[in-house]
Design a protein around this ligand. Structure first.
Ligand code: RUQ
Ligand code: CUA
Length: 662
């Protein structure tokens, strides 16, 4: 909901209310007879696709199976996750560092799976952080966040992290234009037109996956919304939709809805690379965090990077063009051939389809309609392939199948509309329950859509599930698109607010899935690689407990000599070398989370006891029949006490008679 004008929300509410009011389209009648069979994945059988679904304001990404809709995993990305200790353990805290300090939350909207030759390759999945602009890379061997890069000169990283066809770049377009980081930001808000600028960033991804900001392009102040890279013939270009070409700074629902057309910005990034090489970029002083997680040390490091290269289109002719697009465009999607660019104006009555060939011709012919902030504006008629007529209300996003068909989501009229690229004819429409935002066809944004399904990610669920108080589960709906007509097969609830999602054939990922970390390779400086390395050491006020975990005990499990005022660092190494045997670690009263430690890994929990006493520790993950016995005690004494540091497992048993009760 967050990205739409209220105008639409109000209209949508009216539409939804009327749907709910008279229920013209019940679930039963909408579901075809063989639906259950088509989504049934028998116990013990695998799903055909992994589906990576953004979590919106939950800051995570979740992993479902298709067609079953079963949830497999929640991957913490921008948000702390006490379940896994992510952002709580000493090793992972640095992942959430930014130039503003520790930011334990963000708003993740879009998913981009890595590609080779325009085809999903299953190496990484990227996600954007909207609020404190960041891009994250998740390693699909471990399903863990491997890297987070902050984006300077940006605010509200919404049109991100769309990817180029060989994963050369993931892009980041600023949603909010702002005074840029190297300028005096203390300016009146109503000097937007003079002082506020936009940027789009091109983040290079190297063969190891590591990201760095290759360059940014400075633009007039507008709101960038979505983006897609060109592919095939349009490889080398990225298309960014933007609204608020009115440059309003207040009441945008009215003031940014004035003009008939806003823009899609076309960026020739190969040209931009040439300008960078030719020294046309300006080095600007900024500060942004670059956080990397190492699976060797099992820890993250955070560096603050200090400069960025900025290209100004004024000095770089033939690099950026604006293409008029009716009215407050949201989605901006390129078809598998790379010839067609589909704009979705939230307030538009048609869907404009632009032709890459025509764009090139208009550029050669200088078929311009003036400029916008010094950037040439291409003539609408010159670049338009055609318009889909009467498609529906409130178009948002378009995905594609391999047979030349497009699927567009309509928020206001709550439907998916299938239309043909060749003649722009509407072929079919199905209702969604209810207001659909993004939709996703497996492989839909690539050169090679796998097709089979379209999944609608709905913003408003209303009466679809058992009520759960004021907040209801968000919803995904799976439709079969293998025939001429789309058929609803399944509803499944999602967590957070799903925006974009991408599905990929399971066999591209499952064969690479990591099972354990080799204990020999563990380079965490606090690892205890074997029980004889387990120990407890005092360093001034710090107690370092090097603890090992193996079914079903900790070594040591009795620790004494901690004093009030100390900080205890529990460095827990999981000695298991077996798949699916994590151990957990928790201590009573910790103002922190648990640890969840994978086989061969070391993780650290910091604990500052607040009182004298004896505190239990235990394993939180049911690891064996004697999991409940996997426990221990820490004794905390008064600050002045002379209790020495002692630690042991199995050697400190009491000697009195059993069952005393004085
Ligand atoms: S958005 S529902 Cu944040 Cu991708 Cu369109
Ligand atoms: Cu280890 Cu339960």
């Amino acid at each position: 909901m967050k990205t739409f004008s209220k105008l639409i929300a109000i209209t949508a509410a009216a539409v939804v209310t009327s749907i709910v009011g008279c229920k013209p389209r019940g679930a039963q009648s909408a579901v075809s007879g063989d639906a259950a069979q088509k989504t049934y994945v028998a116990p013990g059988k695998y799903d055909e696709f992994y589906d990576f679904v953004s979590g919106g304001f939950s800051g995570q990404m979740s992993v479902y199976g298709l067609p079953s809709g079963r949830l497999f995993r929640v991957i913490p990305v921008f948000s702390v996750d006490p379940e896994k200790g992510y952002g709580y353990s000493e090793e992972t805290k640095a992942m959430l560092n930014t130039s503003h300090g520790f930011v334990p939350w963000d708003d993740l909207h879009h998913i981009a799976l890595s590609e080779t030759n325009g085809i999903q390759d299953g190496r990484w999945v990227f996600g954007n952080g909207n609020n404190t602009p960041r891009i994250a890379r998740i390693d699909l061997k471990t399903f863990r966040t491997a890297e987070i890069l902050e984006i300077p000169n940006s605010a509200g990283n919404h049109s991100s992290p769309f990817i180029t066809e060989n994963s050369e770049y993931v892009v980041a377009g600023t949603r909010f234009s702002v005074p840029l980081d190297n300028t005096d930001g203390d300016v009146p808000i109503n000097t937007y037109r003079q002082n506020f600028k936009g940027t789009v960033s091109f983040v290079h991804v190297d063969t190891s996956g590591r990201m760095n900001i290759a360059f940014q392009i400075q633009t007039p102040g507008v709101n960038f919304d979505l983006a897609r890279a060109g592919k095939g013939k349009s490889h080398g270009w990225v298309f960014f939709s933007c609204y608020n070409s009115e440059q309003a700074n207040t009441l945008l629902e009215v003031n940014a809805s004035q003009k008939d057309k806003d823009f899609i910005m076309c960026v020739n990034w190969k040209k931009a690379e040439e300008y960078v090489k030719a020294g046309k970029a300006e080095k600007r002083a900024v500060a942004y965090a670059h956080n990397v997680y190492s699976e060797l040390t099992h820890s993250a490091t955070s560096e603050i990077e200090k400069e960025v290269l900025v290209l100004d289109p004024k000095n770089c002719p033939d690099m950026v063009y604006f293409m008029p697009c009716p009215k407050s465009p949201h989605g901006c999607d390129t078809d598998p051939s790379g010839e067609y660019i589909v704009g979705s104006g939230k307030l538009a009555a048609v869907i404009p389809v632009f032709s890459f060939t025509k764009i090139q011709k208009a550029i050669t012919d200088k078929n311009f309609d003036g400029d916008y902030g010094g950037i040439p504006v291409l003539k609408y008629e010159a670049v338009l392939y055609g318009e889909v007529q009467k498609p529906g209300l409130g178009p948002l996003h378009t995905e594609f199948d391999a047979d030349g068909n497009a699927y567009t989501s309509f928020f206001v009229s709550s439907e998916i509309v299938k239309w043909r690229l060749s003649d722009l004819k509407v072929l079919d429409r199905v209702p969604t329950y209810y207001s659909v935002g993004h939709l996703s066809v497996p492989g839909g944004p690539t050169r090679k859509p796998w097709g089979k399904y379209v999944i609608a990610y709905n913003k408003i669920t209303k009466d679809r599930y058992l009520p759960t108080g004021p907040e209801l589960a968000q919803s995904a709906q799976l439709y079969d698109i293998s025939g001429e007509k789309m058929k609803l097969l399944l509803d499944f609830p999602t967590i957070g607010e799903p925006h974009y999602a991408e599905a990929i054939p399971a066999d591209l990922i499952m064969k690479n899935s990591q099972k354990i970390f080799r204990i020999e390779d563990n380079q965490n400086p606090f690892a205890a690689k074997g029980d004889n390395n387990a120990r407890v050491e005092r360093k001034g006020n710090e107690i370092h407990a090097y603890i090992t975990a193996i079914r079903s005990h900790f070594t040591p499990d009795n620790i004494e000599g901690v004093k009030l005022g100390d900080v205890v660092y529990f460095h827990v190494t999981n000695l298991e070398q077996d798949w699916d045997i994590p151990h957990g670690f928790a201590v009573k009263g910790a103002n922190n989370a648990e640890l969840l430690i994978m086989p061969g890994e070391t993780q650290t929990l910091a604990w500052k006891p607040d009182r004298v006493g004896v505190f239990p520790i235990y394993c939180t993950d049911f690891c064996s029949a004697l999991h409940q016995e996997m426990q221990g005690y820490i004794r905390v004494s008064a600050p002045g006490s002379n209790v020495p540091i002692t630690f042991s497992t199995g050697k400190n048993e009491g000697t009195g008679p059993i069952a005393q009760n004085k």
